[in-house]
Design a protein around this ligand. Structure first.
Ligand code: IMP
Ligand code: MG
Length: 182
């Protein structure tokens, strides 16, 4: 199995989400929020984060496809906004798993902006600044990581590994570091 080392443990994720929730309580406008989650990888993070915010929130979802079966993103992002919910006039909080080249978050943010929210803030669990191809930063980010492909806690490689509790490096050519039973 091409799983590499654990980069961020389950308990580190949990602790950082508690901190992020405190940071967000101060930064987000008061009142109800409309949280828009980018499918599918951000679901795990979004559920944990939105529950820690402890405030009234509605949920919407957008789909974004730019990855095929591989690990490289193209500049073309196909967005599906059918399940985004009502955005106009609302305080919208956009949540994604990882900010890599930036194409996805940029496309999602601009599409939501076009729907005229009262305010719009963005949050990602992971940020890989060395991979950026377009100019965008998230308003809030959980962890900054090196240029390594990661899986777990919702993040996948060709749909595999999402349910791993930790965030691990994915190294198809690396040494086999997975624990063997027995
Ligand atoms: P971007 O458009 O290149 O910024 O890519 C963002 C999307 O690519 C994320 O929402 C992820 O779904 C996916 N992605 C980028 N890097 C990784 C990674 O290291 N592991 C898993 N998915 C990734
Ligand atoms: Mg994603």
């Amino acid at each position: 199995m091409p799983l590499g080392e654990t980069l961020i443990s389950e308990s580190e994720i949990r602790a950082r989400i508690r901190e992020l929730a405190r940071e967000l309580q101060a930064a987000l406008p008061p009142g109800p929020l409309h949280c828009v989650v980018v499918l599918k990888s951000a679901i795990f993070f979004a559920v944990d984060l939105v529950r820690s915010l402890g405030r009234e929130a509605t949920l919407g979802f957008i789909s974004a496809a730019s990855y095929g079966e591989g690990t490289e993103s193209g500049g073309q992002v196909r967005l599906g906004l059918e399940a985004a919910g009502r955005v106009e006039g609302r305080h919208v909080f956009l949540i994604d798993d990882i900010l890599d080249t930036g194409h996805t978050l940029l496309a999602a943010r601009e599409a939501l902006r076009g729907l005229r929210p009262a305010s719009l803030r963005t949050c990602v669990l992971l940020d890989k600044p060395s991979r950026r191809r377009v100019k965008i930063e998230a308003d809030h980010a959980g962890f900054t990581i090196e240029d390594v492909f990661v899986v777990g806690y919702g993040l996948d490689c060709a749909e595999a590994y999402r349910t791993l509790p930790d965030i691990r490096a994915y190294r198809p050519d690396g040494p086999d570091t997975e624990e063997k039973p027995g």
